[in-house]
Design a binder for this molecule. Structure first.
Ligand code: WT7
Length: 664
């Protein structure tokens, strides 16, 4: 771990400030900075009392908890440990008998534009039915279920049904490969897979079940006894007798009632794999009680949710954003939400804006990458500009997943929000379960490019490598000093890695986020300057450089050595750049192009298309120190196309730099 040099260098000053209007402040749940500060003061005064109050007010408990926080086995913290509840009951059953029961829970817009609506009551029936189907397959409390589904109501139903019976789900994003699925099945010890025959994206029918078949055929997946297949399209897919069943088959005759199983607050609700600094993805384990509390509460605080809102988070359920702000948060909070199956550019790049108009969306939450690509599209084609749609229903905008550059922020603010909607730039991670640093729409004056201030009860700080606080204006390492309810509980199967990755000895027991950050001298606002480890953020997707390197060197007939770095990209935030030494002579011209294509396809097979390197450069060697260490710092400069100004005297082979600077 090292102090991020970029954090210290990039101390840009952003002078524009956008305070919330008086009307917005007046109507807000957390009203004005005074409202925010009152909550912070409550947490300061009585940390455990604050969280206990919220957990009692916002969740329905089958058995009330008596102990709020148990730190006796730190950093394996326990929250509300002796309480019992069910997550699905807290998302669905709680609304039955209230006016929310007949409210639309989900407005689903399919890839082809077909719209389906489902009420809370209907959703409860469908979730219960699917929960009964899982039970009939022998899946029960404590079992792990791998979900590999398209963005559909059925995807959410599968997750909620697992929660209902106390099974732990592990959703894998549909863009991951068979190999990635197989590794996750083995690591999680999953007993069943829930998938679809195909997924529909951008007018194309893409196989999902075939990838599951391929994963299971790779071996080591003997724990899987059932594969449940949602027939998203009419196209047939291969079915293995005895193992595979269609949704129609398993749902036939199942009751629409299924009693939710009360579990301990610490019972693992889900495992979600994410990239770290080694080649092996980490199974981030989340709890039931603490996680759900924060999913509901941040829906209400960060988005200032009101009963009449139409909420739309564009994230896929395969990522944490789709867990917290699609599958759990909106339902726990009783919101009406939009779920979209397709892609923002089909049938044209105006799709998001047209959908906001069509469904009268009032809270819109998306990633900077999407905004940047839609800015480009709108610049090139007036017909897909947001001005062509009626966006007057919008009241709050959100950004998530990567830093939003001030230019994109201003465009979003003006062209989508009509200079009327606050933008909440929410900083958080798979590990934090929900938002940790974000403006509150009716409280925080906004500064473009800054995620502003931590939520009440979240003790973020910027420290140096020994855990000493840094003054405002100076960059450093982002930490969270005290535990919070929705934090990661452990890495599935690897508690040692959990301790080492997030609670390194030098940091005095603080949670290490893995990002660099700087606080502004005037307001103490946080700005995230990027990862300080070997993790990349490509289009808001988290990728480990080592993971991609391992995939490349696994092509043993061709690759001798590989080093992967990120470089800034206007649209995707970061782009993957791979430096490769082959086992044969360094290729040039058409041969280099052909091998680069072969390697890209190989990485797509090993990890998934999202991990394909944008640039591949071939060298006779890689820049190394005399002790054999690859100098990634230099590779990052080369990838950016910078002149090398760093000291290269410790390099074993300085001549290699010119060679690697050449693109194919
Ligand atoms: C990493 C976590 C947040 C959920 C989706 C991504 C980066 C996330 C922001 C933001 C600057 C951000 C960080 C973080 N990140 N949100 N608002 N501003 N950076 O979750 O895949 O676990 O990635 O995304 O680098 O560590 P994830």
């Amino acid at each position: 771990m090292s102090t991020p040099s970029n954090a210290i260098e990039s101390n840009l000053v952003e002078n524009r400030v956008f305070p919330p209007s008086d009307a917005v402040v007046k109507a807000a749940r957390v009203s004005g900075m005074a409202g925010y500060e009152a909550l912070c003061a409550e947490a300061d005064r009585d940390f455990e009392g604050f969280w206990a109050r919220l957990a009692r007010e916002h969740l329905q408990w089958n058995k009330p908890f008596t102990q709020t926080l148990d730190e006796s086995n730190a950093p394996f913290f326990r929250w509300f440990g002796d309480g019992e509840l069910n997550a699905s009951a807290n998302c669905l059953d709680r609304h039955i008998g209230t006016p929310t029961e007949n409210k639309t829970a989900i407005i689903f817009e399919a890839d082809d534009g077909a719209v389906t609506r489902i009420t809370y009551k209907e959703l409860l029936g469908r979730v219960s039915q699917f929960a009964n189907a899982l039970l009939s397959c022998g899946v029960g409390k404590g079992d792990r279920v791998l979900i590999y589904m398209p963005m559909t109501i059925e995807g959410v139903i599968a997750m909620q049904a697992c929660a209902r019976i106390g099974a732990t789900h592990s959703v894998v994003f549909g863009g991951f490969s068979a190999k990635a699925v197989q590794e996750r099945i083995i690591d999680a010890g999953a007993v069943a897979v829930v998938t679809a025959n195909y997924q529909l994206r951008g007018g194309k029918e893409l196989p999902l079940k075939a990838i599951i078949d391929e994963a299971l055929a790779m071996g080591g997946c003997d724990t899987i006894h059932n594969v449940l297949v949602y027939e998203r399209t009419k196209t047939a897919c291969n079915m293995v007798a005895g193992r595979d069943k269609t949704f129609t088959e398993v749902l036939a005759g199942q009751s629409t009632e299924c009693a939710p199983v009360a579990v301990g607050a610490e019972h693992p609700l889900f495992i979600l794999y994410t990239s770290g600094s080694t080649g092996k993805p980490k199974g981030v384990q989340h709890s039931t009680g603490g996680y759900l509390l924060w999913a509901k509460l941040t829906m209400e605080w960060t988005f200032d949710l009101r009963p009449e809102d139409i909420f739309w988070c564009t994230a896929d359920i395969g990522w944490i954003t789709g867990h917290t702000y699609v599958a759990y948060g909106p339902l726990a909070a009783g919101a009406t939400q939009i779920i979209f199956e397709g892609v923002p550019t089909f049938p044209n790049a105006g799709r998001f804006w047209q959908m906001i108009e069509r469904h009268k969306c009032s809270i819109f939450y998306t990633a900077p990458t999407a905004i940047r690509s839609l800015i480009k599209a709108a610049e090139g084609d007036e017909a897909v500009h947001p001005a062509r749609s009626d966006l007057s229903s919008l009241r709050i905008l959100g950004s998530v997943g990567e830093p939003i550059n001030p230019e994109a922020w201003m465009w979003y603010y003006k062209n989508v929000g009509g200079e009327r909607c606050p933008i909440v730039d929410t900083f958080w991670q798979t590990e934090t379960g929900g938002h940790v640093i974000t403006p509150l729409p009716g409280a925080t004056p906004l500064v473009p490019g800054s995620c502003t201030l931590p939520l009440p009860g979240i003790t973020t700080a910027i420290v140096d490598e020994s855990g000493q606080d840094m003054p405002n204006g100076a960059g450093g390492i982002l930490v969270i000093k005290r535990p919070w309810p929705s934090m990661i509980r452990t890495i599935w199967n690897d508690p040692e890695r959990f301790k080492k990755s997030y609670f390194p000895d030098e940091l005095k027991g603080y949670y290490l986020a893995g990002d660099g950050a700087v606080r502004s001298a005037d307001r103490g606002y946080f700005r995230i300057t990027g990862r300080i480890d070997d993790v990349l953020n490509v289009s808001g997707h988290r990728m480990g450089t080592m993971e991609i390197e391992s995939a490349l060197v696994a092509k043993t007939d061709l690759v001798a050595e590989a080093a992967v770095v990120g470089r800034p990209d206007d649209v995707t935030g970061e782009a993957i750049c791979a430096f490769v030494v082959l086992k044969r002579a360094r290729p040039t011209g058409d041969e280099a192009k052909a091998i680069a294509t072969e390697l890209r396809n190989w990485v797509a097979k090993e990890i998934g298309p999202i991990a394909k390197p944008k640039d591949i450069r071939f060298g006779d060697n890689l820049p190394k120190t005399r002790s054999g260490k690859i100098m990634r710092r230099l590779l990052r400069s080369i990838a950016k196309g910078e002149q090398i100004t760093q000291d290269t005297s410790t390099l074993e082979n300085p001549a290699i730099l010119d060679q690697l600077a050449q693109t194919n």
